[in-house]
Write a protein that binds this ligand. Structure first.
Ligand code: NAD
Ligand code: SER
Length: 312
């Protein structure tokens, strides 16, 4: 068996914390190096190696990859949709340059695999709203979506041209209890649980009928690991795979929360994020991922809500 040494970049973020812990369970604590620009997340402390890395500094990243004998990189550093609209230049610069730095180093050092997530944000107002397919019209209106779509083609390019084994998933909005979300349009679906417990009420920044594709974090981690462990011959998409977990509106998640906290109430005050949400599909067709590497989610809205309240 080939010994792998993994570098997770952006390990202190919403996905990074849980993915690092999951990878450490599989590959051994010492073989998964967590890294981030900000300090090590408390949940990671004492569970394995941590290095401070600015992914924009290619030289520093390259030195770490060589020094630590890295064979795989998971790149999670990014600026998400809502924060990206506040500083488009910064979002474009980080989201693109970080990926190009990683792809280049991976090519030069002949790394075994690279993982880089894309997003449902690649889709735009002209994409189908329901069961949005893998291949369709893609005209994103956010800088985040543009950077993700461009990134997908860079991944495909490095695979076609240099045979780099780079794999990717278009995550839906992710809901988790371990680490906080970092500036996305779907963050309301995490905030609502915390406010329900603490305040018994929540003011939502999206309208009540805004349906969006969503996924519970354990499913996102499972999908990531299953994709990365699938035999190379099964990976037919080298841009990024659609995956789907569930789809709901603020009104629907509020009703589910009320089953656990009957006094909970929700009000609506849509802001600039409404326009971003309106541009995305309401649900995703992930039949290609299901066929290629047997993807199947475990959680629906009811099961996720129960699990969130058991763990928060
Ligand atoms: P996050 O904002 O929670 O975490 C990103 C991490 O990257 C942060 O800890 C941040 O400090 C770090 N970072 C930022 N700049 C850096 C730099 N220059 N060098 C090193 N680290 C840096 O984001 P997340 O939600 O965990 O998202 C991870 C990836 O998944 C991103 O590519 C994101 O676009 C994608 N994604 C997330 C969601 C979601 O709902 N969370 C949905 C779709 C796609
Ligand atoms: N959850 C992410 C966002 O809202 C989707 O990529 O930005």
């Amino acid at each position: 068996m080939i010994r792998e040494k993994i570098l997770v970049i952006g390990a202190s973020g919403q996905i990074g914390v849980e993915l690092t812990l999951a990878l450490r369970k599989i590959y051994g604590n010492a073989n998964v190096v967590a890294s981030d620009l900000r300090e090590e997340n408390d949940l990671l402390k004492g569970t394995g190696p941590y290095v401070s890395i600015d992914v924009m500094n290619k030289e520093m990243l390259h030195v770490q990859v060589i020094r630590q004998n890295i064979t795989q990189i998971y790149l999670l550093a990014a600026i998400l949709s809502a924060t990206g609209e506040k500083n488009p230049n910064l979002a474009w610069s980080l989201n693109m340059q970080s990926l190009l730095n990683v792809l280049d180093i991976a090519k030069d050092e002949k790394l075994h695999k690279v993982y880089w997530p894309s997003s449902i944000a690649v889709f735009g107002p002209t994409s189908p709203k329901k069961d949005c397919p893998q291949q369709t019209i893609i005209e994103p209106i956010t800088v985040y979506g543009i950077s993700k779509y461009a990134g997908e083609f860079w991944c495909n390019y490095y695979h076609q041209r240099w045979g780099l084994d780079v794999r990717s998933i278009r995550y839906p909005g992710l809901i988790s209890y371990k680490s906080a979300p970092g500036g996305g349009t779907t963050d309301y679906a995490v905030e609502i649980f915390h406010e329900a417990l603490e305040e018994k009420k929540y003011e939502c920044f999206l309208q009540e009928d805004t349906y969006l594709p969503m996924m519970y974090m354990p499913d996102a981690i499972k999908a990531t690991i299953e994709l990365m462990e699938a035999p190379e011959a099964k990976i037919k998409i080298r841009t990024s795979y659609n995956i789907s977990g569930m789809s709901f509106s603020p009104k629907e998640i509020a009703a589910e929360i009320k089953k656990h906290i009957p006094e909970f109430s929700i009000s609506y005050k849509p802001d600039y994020r409404q326009q971003i949400a309106n541009s995305w599909p309401q649900s995703i067709d992930d039949s290609v991922a299901r066929n290629d590497w047997d993807w199947k989610e475990d959680f629906n809205l009811e099961k996720m809500t129960k699990d969130m309240f058991e763990n928060l």
